[in-house]
Every structure is written in C-alpha cells, then in structure tokens.
Write a protein that binds this ligand. Structure first.
Ligand SMILES: NC(=O)CC[C@H](N)C(=O)O
Length: 312
C-alpha cells in the first residue's frame, strides 16, 4: 500500500486541512431526528482521528468531543458475541449485504427471522439477544469491554438518548418481536431491547473510537498492550462484513470510492479500518439519506486517497 512509502508525510497537518475543507463545504444532509435527543447535537461539529497499530494517535477538529456512537456499537457487540458463542452465531445471523435501509423490516419475514448481517438493526438486535442471554449483566459487560479497549473509565451512556431511543423505538421493537415469533430471538424482548438501546446510547470521542478499534487493524491483537481481543480469524470476518455491509445501502459505493471496511452510526460517526495500519474515526452529525455522515464520508475519502489506503 502507498502509505508505506509516505514515511515523511505529515499526517496531523493533513487531518487539520481535511477538517478545514469539510467545514468550508456548503451544508448538506440532516441531523438524525427520529430519535429526538440526537437532534439536540450541534450539527456543525467536525472531528477526525487516526490511530495506528504502532500506537500513534493523530487528530484534528472536534476529535475530543463526545458523541453518540449509535450503530458503531454494533462492531463491539458482534466481537463480544463471537467471543462468547463462537461459530453457532452464524446460524442465527448471516453475513450478506441487505441492499435495504438499516432499519428495514421487510426482508426479515421472507427470511424466517434471520437477519442478513450483524450491522443492520435487526442483526444487532439479534446480537443483543445473544449478549443479554449469555451475560448476567450484559449492559455492564458491554461498557466494561469498551472501557477496557479505550483504556478509560470515563465512558458513559447518555441517559437522555437512552430514554429517547426507548420512547421512539417501535420499529426496533417490531423487529425483535418478529424474530421472537420465528424463535430466533430466545430471550425476553424487553431485556433484549434494553441492551440494544443501551449500547447505542454510549458516548465516545473520535480519538477514543479510533484507538479502541485498532485491534481490528492488527489481527485481533490490541497494539501496545498486546492483549488478544479476538482471534485473527474473527478480526478478518468482522472486517469482511464491514466491507460489504457497514455503510448500509451505500456500502458498494463506499467500497468503490474508498475501499476500506467501515461502519457508520446515525450520531454522525464513521470508523474505517485500515488492516495493518490503523483506524480512522470521522464525526460530523449531518447525515445523507443512507444515514451516513456527509462530511465524515468526505474526510475519509480524502484521507484514503491521499495515503493510498484502499485494501483493493
Ligand atoms: N444506524 C444507526 O446508527 C441506528 C441506531 C439507532 N439506535 C436505531 O436503532 O435506529
């Protein structure tokens, strides 16, 4: 990859340039408001961070401001479920792109309550069922896992977002009940949704997200501490599904223009994994109609092009 030959390249000034350019672009997109508490965020925030497998951290803009991680939590939930129940997981959730919006319900009935992949809402709710039934306190286990990865105890859930998710979560509840009717969700639906909404409502910064996920760029090993977070095979699998499904129904275009495993959340965050190199996290709350951050996409595209990061 090109980045190996760009040793003299100054990364941080380039991140600052990308943030500056993003801020100067004409406004496009809209903050998620179907969860009303998310609409309270300042829409003009722009943050960018890059954490490398060598333990270096570069950042620019609002990279130390907390935001709602939303669907970025689906990556961590998946890793926990893989670690907990192994390959039997793949009988209950598949690994194909859905070709539909992240919160679509139509496919789920045709496909007998088995979600297309772990990164659409139905798939993440199924994972929440696995976690809720395999941990006595799954919410605590989840936040402890994130804190361990981030090396910080200062990571919390936003209670306003959590309540707002619960009050406006009918569509997610419908999916959970549909999967329950097929026997795929095994536990109590309220408990499953409680876990799902909790993990979506965690707040983190770009810097924390980028450094927490470096194990995925490093074959499952956390750089610096050398702790095994997941197997090499599972790191490969997570990245593979991120490549095909992490950006929802824009995953094809993202592979075409950027070429990195990536995941977005409706809080405006996007993380992109560069295997062997590091993790990028971009944040800006205005979303396009796929639910992906407009400026986040713009900045990651610029960074991937400049450093030649595509895996293809
Ligand atoms: N794409 C997302 O970030 C969706 C997560 C959100 N909490 C929901 O369930 O709708």
């Amino acid at each position: 990859m090109d980045w190996t030959v760009k040793q003299g390249f100054e990364i941080e000034p380039f991140l600052q340039q990308l943030v500056g350019e993003a801020r100067a672009l004409p406004v496009s997109g809209k903050v998620a408001d179907y969860i009303p508490a998310l609409a309270q965020v300042n829409p003009d925030k722009v943050g960018l961070a890059l954490a490398t497998v060598e333990g270096k951290l570069y950042s620019a803009g609002d990279s130390t401001t907390e935001f709602s991680i939303q669907s970025l939590s689906k990556i961590l939930g998946l890793v926990m479920a893989m670690n907990r129940i192994g390959d039997s997981l793949w009988q209950r959730v598949h690994m194909e792109p859905s070709g539909l919006p992240f919160n679509s319900i139509v496919q789920l009935e045709y496909e007998h309550g088995i979600p297309r992949n772990p990164f659409i809402n139905a798939g993440a709710i199924l994972i929440a069922d696995v976690l809720a039934s395999h941990y006595s306190a799954s919410r605590q286990a989840f936040i402890s896992f994130i804190r361990k990865l981030a090396g910080s105890d200062q990571i919390f859930v936003d209670e306003d977002v959590l309540q707002s998710e619960k009050q406006h979560g009918s569509r997610n509840a419908a999916m959970a009940y549909l999967m329950k009717s097929f026997g795929n969700v095994e536990g109590d639906v309220d408990r499953v949704l409680d876990h799902y909404f909790y993990q979506c409502s965690v707040n983190m910064t770009c810097e924390q997200l980028a450094s927490s996920l470096t194990f995925l760029a490093n074959r499952g090993l956390q750089p610096v501490t050398q702790r095994v977070i997941c197997s090499r095979r599972d790191a490969h699998r997570v990245n593979a599904i991120l490549s095909t499904s992490g950006m929802y129904d824009q995953s094809g275009e993202f592979a075409f223009t950027v070429g990195l495993p990536a995941k977005s959340g409706v809080g405006g965050g996007i993380v992109a994994i560069v295997p062997g190199y590091g993790v990028i996290c971009a944040w800006s709350p205005r979303l396009n109609h796929f639910g992906n951050s407009c400026l986040g996409m713009h900045m990651i595209t610029g960074l991937a092009e400049q450093l030649g990061l595509s895996v293809y």
